[in-house]
Write a protein that binds this ligand. Sequence first.
Ligand code: SF4
Length: 312
Amino acid sequence: MNNTVLTCHQLCRYYPVRDSLFGRHKTIKAVDGVSFDLSAGRTLAVVGESGCGKSTLARLITMIEPPTTGRFSLGGADGVKSMRRQVQLVFQDAYGSLNPRKKVGSILEEPLVINTRMHRAERRDEAITMLTKVGLRPEHYSRYPHMFSGGQRQRIAVARALMLRPKIVVADEPVSALDISIQAQILNLLMALQDEFDLAYLFISHDLSVVERICDEVMVMYLGRAVEQGAKQIVFQRPAHPYTQALLTSTPFVDPGRRAQRVLLRGEPPSPMNVPHGCAFHQRCPIAEERCHRERPELRDVAGRLVACHLV
Ligand code: SF4
């Protein structure tokens, strides 16, 4: 049975900008030709440094903004309203995303008020059920967001995202603002809820040690494009792209064997306004050669994953 819930084909999001007040018009290619499938019950992690386009991708999938070109489709959804219900977003900053003047019950019920014809009592039941599913208690229904810890607030944000029983949750750095021990609790919660509701996660993160715990597949992005994409076991154990290798070796994993072959990442990513010709990574790549300055590598299948590098 095909349980693909999201298919993206060559998604692009471009922004016109000027490099100074009277300067030339330029185009920032925040997302530039990204394709992937996502299945029910699976997690695709999108990783990369800040500015690589991962948060823009989250905004496209959650329909906060439209793609410039390319398309995506959600299995079984017809019409924008139905599509919007099927994809929900969890942000990094739970406190900023919860209205401080509203009680938790009303925050959770708001999506039901807008999208369903449920009566007040039904909404309340749904909200209390969801509170318990995310590890909170029924009495929390009548409290305000400031009365909770950071981890509890993220549980409330997750509960709100699930109120409409979406198929897909886009989680944009959902644990990066939390302490390590709380991060583990929220990741465990997300995995338990994934099993219970057969959710598909698009998990956006810069932290590979977090991603390794939760994802099935991974897409590594650099300046708007995927540079390596495939099953977690393959990409984490045998990273092929020099950028993936550098990210992995700069991540403090528990397994010390990982630190053996260290590939240092030089400098910062170039500005998205001035993406280098050829391979966008060539200025930082330890094995770049002349061809890399001229020709942009396209994604191709190498040993069971996709890689965009001339020399792999
Ligand atoms: Fe490095 Fe060249 Fe591969 Fe780009 S194409 S990652 S510059 S070796």
